[in-house]
Design a protein around this ligand. Structure first.
Ligand code: UN1
Length: 490
């Protein structure tokens, strides 16, 4: 397909004429689409369109704005399977996960529509009986949304939906790896009839321009810590711009001495290898009590060996390819580094080269055992691939200390039958998403989604983004015939 930017309700070519390709990571010779490498003029056009549309859009009632989401979701539901196949083809996740990505995006749109007839703000008492006070939310203006390739459908909708329903307008800059899926979002938004300029999409190499643009009021970002940190630095230079960045993890699943090992092994497989370990919620550390270590390790390795790796459109495939050549190189580098840092290798994952794999970026699971060590890079840095450490611990205190011995703090899961231990994990581990007897992945859109430490600033994404994309205003009315002041003022 010949993809275009979506600006002011029209699909338009980039000004420079330069283009990039989006390819299928399972068959890298297959070009799925080409898209504009957008320049400053394209970004200015998109931001201008969003700025112009803002005034009319914010003046509609919130309920009226919600109607567009109803139309949008009906179209998405009708085309669920087609979009899912595109997602799987373009980012490499197995089709069951491709469908879940689309379902998650649809849930975000449904949630958004569902909120518009709900109470929205607060009634606040005043010391003065003649006064009524309210907390009323106001939109902020143009929102820039910069999104990753690993959830190419759900994450753009996490960011677009709360922004737009509150009366803001959006310019989305999706990952270059998944431009076709972003294009599909633009097409369905267009068909749903959102007014021109309310949702805009600019492709390729222009995120920085969008962040620096003086008319973008809010920058929403989901992606790596390095990029997020740059964004925060740039945004800090503006007095009236705000950012919410969701950035990676070095998540852990803790298996305690009383764990149900069926649940533990299943949760570990899902946490480590779904999406080939390329979720910000994936677990790359399995912190296991020494009492159950041997049995857990044996069963985990045995099950991992049975994982089917292959073309993501094959229904029986558990793990598809990783996203690109650079990802295969990065994962291989970390696998080697683990050996250099003294890992006891349990499964030596590497790039798969057989006939069905040679045209894609297929990596197999790398599993190793390693004592926690504050100096180890592999136990502290995010790998974003099927690379997982088993870290033995002697008790729950050590499990908590090891869990927190990372700069990140996104998802944490514990496998135990003991509710007292659950409370210790809940209160003493540092995380944004906590799970008991579950994997570290699979959050639902109506929950807060936000990490601590290097994972984020605690500012949530998804449904609770409302606090980032709106300004909470205080509005007070005097029903009396004279002015009476609070705090004893006369
Ligand atoms: C991500 O990997 O950036 O909780 C998002 C989950 C998904 C979202 C992952 N609902 O695993």
């Amino acid at each position: 397909m010949e993809g275009k930017n979506y600006i002011n309700g029209a699909f338009v070519s980039g000004v420079s004429g330069n283009r990039f390709e989006s390819r299928n990571p399972a068959h890298f010779n297959e070009v799925l689409g080409t898209f504009p490498l957008s320049s400053e003029r394209d970004v200015n056009n998109a931001v201008d369109a969003a700025k112009t549309a803002y005034d009319g859009w914010r003046r509609l009632s919130r309920i009226k704005r919600g109607e567009y989401f109803d139309e949008f979701v009906q179209l998405l539901k009708k085309n669920h399977e087609e979009i899912s196949r595109l997602v799987s083809k373009e980012c490499g996740k197995g089709i069951i996960e491709g469908r879940a990505d689309v379902t998650e995006g649809i849930h975000m749109v449904q949630y958004t529509f569902g909120t518009v007839r709900m109470p929205h703000g607060d009634v606040v008492d005043s010391e003065i009986p003649e006064k009524d006070s309210f907390m009323r939310r106001k939109p902020k203006g143009v929102v820039a949304a910069i999104t990753p390739w690993n959830f190419p459908f759900a994450i753009p909708l996490w960011l677009i939906c709360p922004s737009v329903v509150e009366g803001n307008t959006v310019v989305l800059k999706p990952s270059r790896e998944t431009a076709c899926t972003a294009n599909a979002i633009a097409e369905y938004a267009h068909k749903a009839g959102f007014p021109s300029g309310v949702i805009n999409v600019v492709h390729g190499g222009c995120g920085d321009l969008l962040v620096r643009h003086p008319d973008t009021r809010v920058v929403l970002f989901v992606g790596s810590c390095d990029v997020g940190s740059e964004i925060k630095k740039i945004v800090a230079g503006f007095h009236d711009k705000m950012s919410a960045c969701e950035m990676g993890g070095k998540n852990a699943l803790i298996v305690l001495d009383d764990a149900n090992l069926d649940i533990a092994v299943n949760a570990a497989i899902i946490s480590a290898f779904k999406t080939s370990g390329q979720r910000c919620t994936s677990a790359s550390r399995l912190i296991v009590h020494e009492k159950v270590l041997a049995e857990f390790e044996r069963r985990f390795v045995e099950t991992t060996k049975k994982i089917k790796i292959g073309d993501p459109l094959d229904e029986s495939v558990f793990m598809g390819p990783v996203i690109n050549e650079a990802a295969t190189e990065k994962i291989a580098r970390y696998n080697d580094l683990a050996k250099k840092e003294g890992a006891e290798v349990l499964l030596d994952g590497g790039r798969l080269t057989g006939s069905e794999y040679k045209k894609g970026f297929f990596m197999s699971p790398f599993v190793y055992r390693m004592e926690n060590n504050p100096k180890s890079r592999v136990l502290h840095e995010e790998v974003f691939g099927p690379h997982v450490a088993v870290i033995p611990v002697k008790d729950i205190d050590e499990a908590i200390a090891v869990h927190n011995d990372t700069d990140y703090g996104l998802a944490c899961a514990v496998i135990t039958e003991d509710f007292r231990k659950v409370k210790r994990i809940r209160d003493d581990c540092e995380y944004g998403l906590g799970y008991v007897n579950l994997p570290t992945i699979g959050a639902e859109v109506h929950l807060p989604f936000g990490g601590v430490k290097k994972s984020g600033t605690g500012l949530p994404s998804a449904s609770t983004l409302i606090d980032v994309v709106t300004h909470r205003t205080a509005w007070t009315i005097n029903h009396g015939k004279e002015i009476k002041m609070a705090q004893g003022l006369t």
